[in-house]
Unconditional design. Sequence first.
Length: 141
Amino acid sequence: MSHGDTITSAIRARQLAIRRELDRRHIHLKVIAGDAGIPYPTLISYFPAEKDRQPAVMPITALYRLIGVLPGDLIDLLLPTGWMIIPVPEGVDHDTLAAKAGEFALTYALARHPQSEAGIDIGPGEHTDLSVKAAELGAAH
């Protein structure tokens, strides 16, 4: 089997996994078809319900239409392991984000200092401080 055949097989298996997960979550393909602007018969060819039916390999144009319609974790199933698609947040305050990142980095460096609460390990108090800084960093965008 060629490398391309291996990739095609993997994509088809992932499309079937997406269909199983859509069914498990009670997400209806007709709704997805309408929201994505993909004809229902076309969408069902990518995500067939029949276990013995081989799905048509979805083109990048369909993927483009499904982004923002399908849950992100299902879109990520189409990508190689370890990769994901994430949205870029709107209205990022870069100054606040940089300040919060600096605060997190300083808190982390101090927690890893040999004379800190748990030496070079992160102690319970330091873990709490880092968690707060991480939350602040996440909220800064």
